[in-house]
Design a protein around this ligand. Structure first.
Ligand SMILES: C[S@@+](CC[C@H](N)C(=O)[O-])C[C@H]1O[C@@H](n2cnc3c(N)ncnc32)[C@H](O)[C@@H]1O
Length: 352
């Protein structure tokens, strides 16, 4: 299901920088749409399930939280409520406070937890193609039905976590895929006074931020031979803008040790719990990632390049042609290792 509406933002997979998540209703809807159209496999208790990536990561994180009835759990960078739902599915007796800087994402989270009627969001959704409306409609309906019993156990707050507006007294904290956008020190410093002594913070991050267990050069879908083949075809195509090399894309800037050092300086003892693999199939690579990679590598080589709408269209068309050619190349298609993104899971305990 190709659609321009849920294309990834440019900075998503190009390494660190400004958070690509924007305060727009369409951005919040597209976040969920992208998530539900990318299924991964979770082989875990309580049951083996096929889950979209952000659900899977949130469940992995929630599974490491020692949740007990009545506890207060802080969810940092809570997005559209996916992490809060995973925590409450594990233990419906806890109370979650979810902090998210984008109002539009919080609006969607409140709708998904039956706290709002979502009229404005649904009006925005009415402008989407029919198949996307149907997918999101079914997803929201299931989500709302699942969260109805726990709706009063979660409070969504709009705010920048670093602004230190949250009241303290949390037993636990969780953050799924948000610490790398906020920054490690920028997250841990405001967290310290909010978490009770001995409290545990479980957080996940990605292979573009931390190197742990799996060598990105061997496994990461970023460095897939198929993508390399597409770039090779494009670079030989007449008048195509010059691009940086694929190997320059998104190198992890931290190791487990550097993370431990950074968090220790803020009063936390950090353990690397696990690295999970998220499987991506070729259609996701083609549809969502390759156009973004190409765009980013062109921009990296030509920072001042501002393509006109016609140039953008031409680049898009030539990327599609190159993908079509690369699909005929058996060697490029036989790269069996590079099909994963990694989810690195940490537990940071507040040192009392
Ligand atoms: C990858 S999303 C993860 C959302 C959610 N945890 C999930 O699993 O779907 C990262 C989120 O962090 C939020 N974020 C980034 N910087 C933030 C900040 N300083 N304060 C609060 N939220 C922030 C973004 O707006 C975005 O919604």
């Amino acid at each position: 299901m190709a659609s321009p509406t849920h294309r990834l933002g440019n900075s998503d997979y190009t390494g660190m920088g400004k958070s690509p998540y924007q305060n727009k209703r369409s951005d919040a809807l597209n976040y969920d749409l992208r998530n539900i159209t990318t299924t991964t496999i979770v082989i875990r208790n309580p049951a083996n399930r096929m889950l979209p990536p952000h659900e899977a990561c949130s469940h992995w994180a929630a599974g490491h939280l020692p949740l007990k009835e009545g506890q207060r759990v802080l969810d940092i960078g809570g997005g559209t409520g996916i992490t809060a739902a995973a925590v409450l599915e594990r233990n419906p007796g806890v109370h979650v406070v979810s902090v998210e800087k984008n109002k539009a994402y919080v609006e969607l989270a409140r709708y998904k937890f039956n706290q709002r009627d979502g009229k404005k969001l649904l009006a925005e959704l009415a402008g989407y193609p029919g198949d996307e409306q149907a997918l999101l409609g079914a997803y929201f309906s299931q989500f709302r039905s699942n969260t109805k019993p726990v709706s009063c156990h979660v409070k969504f707050i709009v705010g920048d976590f670093t602004a230190r507006k949250i009241k303290p007294g949390f037993d636990l904290a969780v953050a799924n895929q948000s610490v790398h956008w906020i920054g490690v020190s920028e997250t841990f410093e405001p967290l310290y006074p909010l978490l009770n002594n001995g409290g545990s913070f479980v957080w996940t991050t990605a292979s573009h931020f931390v190197r742990a267990d799996f060598d990105p050069d061997r496994y990461s879908m970023r460095y897939n031979d198929f993508t390399r083949k597409v770039l090779d075809i494009l670079s030989k195509s007449p008048d195509f803008p010059h691009m940086n090399d694929l190997s320059t894309l998104s190198r992890p800037s931290n190791s487990v040790k550097s993370i431990q050092k950074l968090t220790e300086a803020k009063g936390f003892k950090t353990r690397h719990l696990k690295t999970e693999l998220i499987y991506y199939d070729l259609s996701i690579l083609i549809k969502d990632y390759i156009p973004v990679f190409v765009d980013s590598l062109i921009k990296a080589r030509n920072p001042d390049f501002k393509p006109s709408p016609e140039q953008k269209e031409d680049i898009g068309r030539r990327v599609q042609d190159a993908v079509a050619q690369a699909l005929q190349d058996r060697a490029a298609l036989s790269d069996l290792n590079h099909k994963y993104d990694f989810v690195i899971i940490f537990e940071s305990k507040k040192i009392g």
